[in-house]
Write a protein that binds this ligand. Structure first.
Ligand SMILES: [Zn+2]
Length: 294
């Protein structure tokens, strides 16, 4: 009897099953670009995948989404954990759940900061946003950072996300730039030309969580799309929705302007996942193939 039990529990088919299960159904490219949105199909045994320790969010029924950070180091750590399925009732009685991991490191492609180009901020604008206002600017920055990296209150609202405005891109995501005071940084969103006032449409369904004036970003609107994903619009002239409002894809939420630190009127918009800034246009592309599977 014992021999029979042992034979069942340690049957070689379990090893075979383990090997079969631990074939990650994801494909990692050789390197990532900064702000790249990753979408993986989730197989049943997958417990989680993390990007630099931030767990990817479930989107729809069987996909995971996460964003490679723009700031921080030039490498990113991808960790995946699978739980090995047990084969029989007997195995469930005699053995603990078995897990397998994979850990992969990838380079993150971005322009060197020393290639930054100078922003031409008009003197009258710079006076309103310069370092004389350092304390208040820092306070507002920290408050926003906290808002954009809080624990998701709901699942990601999958839909066919769309750009907020149809116009020419005047400054790309992740382009390095330098302020009049010599400080260099990466552009954390996308700038699109916009006559004032042009209507801005929500990129997806969600809830308004912030609509206020800030020194550097000017009038700022933030929409929570669930799963740790937020969209943020800056330099607005006017808000068309209030904090707490539920929003549909394509709904007009604000109008473009030239408030805050700007060279000229335009729309600056961002997508942020768990505090990581995504390349906005690539975010839309990454969702496209699965957007109707909600
Ligand atoms: Zn911008």
């Amino acid at each position: 009897m014992y021999a029979f039990l042992l034979a069942v529990v340690f049957h070689p088919s379990k090893e075979i099953a383990k090997q079969l299960v631990f074939q990650p159904h994801i494909h990692l490219p050789k390197e990532f670009s900064a702000g790249q949105t990753l979408v993986f199909k989730k197989d049943v045994d997958l417990k989680f995948i993390s990007i630099n320790q931030k767990k990817m969010s479930l989107i729809g029924k069987n996909h995971l989404l996460g964003v490679v950070p723009l700031y921080g180091g030039n490498t990113v750590k991808i960790l995946g954990q699978w739980e090995i399925q047990k084969l029989s009732w007997l195995e469930k009685q005699f053995s603990h759940p078995s897990v397998d991991y994979f850990v992969e490191y990838r380079n993150v492609k971005k322009h060197p900061l020393k290639q930054a180009s100078n922003l031409r901020i008009p003197a009258s604008v710079w006076k309103k946003v310069n370092d004389d206002h350092a304390d208040l600017k820092e306070q507002q920055k920290q408050k926003m950072k906290k808002l954009l990296s809080q624990v998701p209150s709901q699942d990601f609202q999958l839909d066919c996300y769309k750009a907020p405005i149809n116009s020419v891109v005047v400054s790309k995501f992740a382009s390095p730039r330098t302020l009049p005071n010599g400080y260099s940084y990466y552009h954390s969103g996308l700038d699109q030309r916009a006559r004032v006032p042009s209507s801005i449409k929500s990129i997806g369904p969600g809830k308004v969580v912030f609509a206020e004036h800030m020194i550097v970003p000017g009038n700022t609107l933030v929409i929570d799309h669930g799963g740790g994903v937020y969209s943020r619009f800056m330099h607005l002239s006017d808000f068309r929705v209030e904090p707490g409002s539920k929003i549909q894809t394509g709904q007009v939420v604000a109008t473009t302007g030239a408030t805050g630190r700007v060279e000229a009127p335009h729309l600056h918009w961002e997508v942020v996942w768990k505090g990581n800034h995504a390349n906005p246009s690539q975010f839309l592309q990454a969702l496209e193939p699965i957007c109707d599977q909600g």
